[in-house]
Design a protein around this ligand. Structure first.
Ligand code: ADP
Ligand code: ASP
Ligand code: MG
Length: 336
């Protein structure tokens, strides 16, 4: 018997029929005697829809109210999955972020998890109840709902796995593992049996959205065993316990796999891309000490992540151009 976290992404949760398929995968793991906590995303497209509502309501939206709106997608799917599991004869209940609670810092829309009180959760799992947890959401110290940034349900799953000392965190998605590049774009991409935490961290941070970057960093820090695998499988699929997906492993484990001949030593693990970056160019910035700080300090204060920065040679004496990138979603606030 093992203690397992199973996370299902948006495509896996898109509609009641798919939720029934997910419920069956969960039921099978529980039937093997495992203690199971499930972390779910909102239905595919739902978070985008909710974000658009916020933008329509107020382009310079207050991140705290944005969180109230966008966290609702996962509340719906967690309740629906608990209901579906119950209809299959399983004991199941949902645990919202504030109920556990999943405590985060108050940086709305990009909160970081500080701690999860897992006592009640573990007690209920030990009593044979399947726990269903909405991903992406947490609770600030002021009691207000927070969200963890886009793709944050992966991080919720890894954080729950660390808090309950799970044997494994299985991330079920719409591809059957981590590939050398996005298999939806490059048909020749190859599935990897294992990838190290460091390699996955690098790939995720430059755009391989199969795992949220922060989830990989957290898994590495907490030593959580993560597997990426598909929820779109038939009844006769190899059980997750036999590692049919891609395992995220430590450097030592990877060396062992290479020595056993299970993996080839690779010089390039993968290629990633990111289309959600916006480029901002400020022209004619005074070329003197402190000028650049005047640009980046307010961005940092607004919790806007600046990724690449280039300072160009100015056209006129004493002036320079500064170019930087921010997430597309933060562009309006960065401009303001
Ligand atoms: P979920 O909704 O389950 O969280 P995501 O859409 O966030 O799923 O992540 C899965 C997607 O990541 C895949 O459909 C695929 O297009 C994309 N992807 C990008 N790079 C890779 C990669 N190297 N390996 C596998 N999938 C990748
Ligand atoms: N629903 C959120 C998003 O679309 C979180 C997630 O799915 O991981 O970003
Ligand atoms: Mg995702």
């Amino acid at each position: 018997m093992a203690r397992i976290v199973m996370k299902f992404g948006g495509t896996s949760m898109a509609g009641t029929e798919r939720i029934r398929r997910v419920a069956n995968i969960v039921r099978k793991q529980a039937a093997r005697g495992h203690e199971v906590a499930v972390v779910v995303s909102a239905m595919a497209g739902e978070t985008d829809r909710l974000v658009n509502f916020c933008r329509e309501a107020n382009a310079l939206y207050d991140p705290a109210e944005y969180d109230v709106v966008v966290a609702s997608g996962e509340q719906v799917t967690s309740g629906l999955l608990a209901l579906t599991l119950q209809s299959l004869g399983c004991k199941a209940r949902s645990w919202l972020g504030w109920q556990l609670p999943i405590r985060t810092i108050e940086a709305h829309a990009k909160a970081r998890i500080e701690e999860i009180d897992a006592q009640a959760l573990v007690a209920s799992m030990q009593a044979g109840e399947i726990a269903v947890i909405p991903g992406f959401q947490g609770c600030g110290s002021d009691g207000r709902v927070t969200t963890l940034g886009r793709g944050g349900s992966d991080t919720s799953a890894v954080a729950v796995a660390a808090a309950i000392k799970a044997d494994r965190c299985d991330i079920y998605t719409d591809v059957d593992g981590v590939y050398t590049t996005d298999p939806r774009i490059v048909a020749k991409a190859r599935k990897q049996k294992a990838v190290t935490y460091e390699e996955m961290l690098e790939l995720a941070s430059v755009g391989a959205k199969v795992l949220q970057t922060r989830s990989v960093g957290l898994a590495m820090k907490e030593g959580v065993r993560v597997q990426v695998l598909s929820s779109f499988v038939g009844e006769d699929a190899v059980p997750a316990d036999e590692h049919p997906g891609t395992m995220i492993v430590s450097e030592e484990e990877m060396n062992e796999l290479v020595e056993k001949g299970d993996m080839e030593r690779q010089h390039v693990t993968g290629i990633a891309h990111d289309k959600n970056e916006a480029k901002v160019i400020l022209t004619r910035v005074p070329d003197k000490p402190g000028a650049v700080a005047h640009i980046f300090e307010p961005l940092a204060a607004a919790s806007i992540n600046v990724d690449m920065i280039i300072q160009n040679v100015g056209r006129d004496k004493g002036e320079t151009d500064v170019t930087f990138t921010v997430p597309q979603a933060d562009l309006a606030r960065a401009q303001a």
